[in-house]
Design a protein around this ligand. Structure first.
Ligand code: FAD
Length: 259
C-alpha cells in the first residue's frame, strides 16, 4: 500500500515568536524549525501501517522554502521511503487553498491509497488543508482520528475519533484522507541508522512548472499579525483572611468581572 503523508515545517513550540518589521510575517531569525507535531503522528501511523502489512511505501510531501528539506529529512530518518518537496517561489504567498491545490496535484500524480495529514499545523492553526485536499481529490475524509484499522484487502479503513464522552467510529472506502490527533500513537525517535540512511534517500524537488501550475493569487491575504497585550502582573492581597477574601471577591466582581 502506498501512503502519502503531508507534513508542514513549523517553528519549534518552545520558540518565542516575534513579529517582523513587516507586520504580516513573523521574524524567522534564530527560529528552530520542526515537523508539526500532529504531522509526526501521521508519519508514525503511516510507518506502522506499512510495518503491519509487511509491504508498501511511505512518501512524505511538503510545500515550503528550501529549509523544509530538513523536516523532510527527519521524516526519512523516522523511516519514510522517499520525500517530495514542492519548492518554488510561485507558492511563497500560498493561502490554504493554493497550498491544497498544489499538494493535490502531487497526490494525483502519486496516486496513493491513503493520505495522512495532521489535524492542524501548530503555527497557522487553520485546520483547513486536509479537508480541502479531500474535496479537491473527491476522497472521503475523517479528521482528528485516534485509531485506524485498514481491512486485509486494503479497500476500506475503520477509524475512531474522540467525541464528548466516547468514541465515534467510521468506515471509509480507500483512497481517503485521515487527519491525526494526539493519542493516535507515540512517534518514534529516529535511530542513528535511520539518520545515516536518510542522507541517501530521495527528496524530489517539484517546481510549479512540473505541475503545469498557472499562477494563482491567494484569496486570503494576511492583513496583520498582532501580539497579545502583556499580562498584567499578579497581585498579593494584604491583610488577614477575611479582609483578603473580601477584597478578592470585590476585585473578581468589579475589576475582572469574572463573577
Ligand atoms: C511566507 C508565507 C506567506 C504566507 N502568505 C499567506 C497569505 O498571503 N495568505 C494566507 O492566507 N496565508 C498565508 N500563509 C499561511 C499559509 O497559507 C498556511 O501556512 C497554509 O495555507 C496552511 O495553513 P495551516 O498552516 O493553518 O495548515 P492546516 O490547514 O492547519 O494544516 C493541516 C494539515 O495539512 C498539512 N499541511 C498544511 N500545510 C502544509 C504544507 N505547506 N506542506 C505539506 N502539508 C501541509 C499538514 O498535514 C497539516 O497538519 C503564508 C505562509 C508563509 C510561510
Amino acid at each position: 500500500m502506498k501512503i502519502l503523508v503531508a507534513v508542514k515545517q513549523v517553528p519549534d513550540t518552545a520558540t518565542q515568536v516575534k513579529i517582523s518589521a513587516d507586520p504580516r510575517a513573523i521574524d524567522t531569525t534564530g527560529i528552530t524549525w520542526i515537523v508539526s507535531p500532529y504531522d509526526e503522528f501521521a508519519v508514525e501511523e503511516a510507518l506502522r501501517i506499512k510495518e503491519k502489512r509487511g509491504q508498501g511505501e511511505v512518501v512524505a510531501v511538503s510545500l515550503g522554502p528550501e529549509r523544509v528539506k530538513e523536516a523532510l529529512r527527519s521524516c526519512l530518518a523516522m523511516g519514510c521511503d522517499r520525500a517530495i518537496h514542492l519548492n518554488d517561489p510561485a507558492w511563497n504567498d500560498a493561502d490554504t487553498l493554493v497550498t491544497s491545490k498544489a499538494l493535490a496535484a502531487v497526490v494525483k500524480q502519486e496516486a496513493p491509497q491513503l493520505l495522512l495529514c495532521g489535524r492542524q499545523a501548530i503555527d497557522d492553526d487553520m485546520g483547513a488543508v486536509a479537508a480541502q485536499l479531500a474535496e479537491l481529490l473527491g476522497w472521503p475524509c475523517a479528521s482528528w482520528i485516534m485509531e485506524e484499522a485498514i481491512d486485509g484487502d486494503g479497500k476500506t479503513v475503520r477509524t475512531a475519533r474522540q467525541v464528548e464522552g466516547g468514541l465515534e467510529v467510521f468506515d471509509l472506502p480507500l483512497p481517503a484522507v485521515l487527519t491525526a490527533q494526539k493519542g493516535l500513537n507515540e512517534p518514534r525517535y529516529p535511530t542513528l541508522r535511520g539518520i545515516m540512511g536518510a542522507k541517501k534517500k530521495e527528496i524530489r524537488d517539484v517546481k510549479a512548472a512540473d505541475l503545469g501550475w498557472a499562477p494563482e493569487p491567494p484569496q486570503l491575504s494576511v492583513v496583520t499579525l498582532e501580539a497579545l497585550p502583556p499580562r498584567p502582573p499578579g497581585r498579593i492581597l494584604q491583610g488577614d483572611v477575611p479582609t483578603a477574601v473580601k477584597e478578592l471577591v470585590r476585585s473578581l466582581r468589579e475589576e475582572a468581572k469574572a463573577i
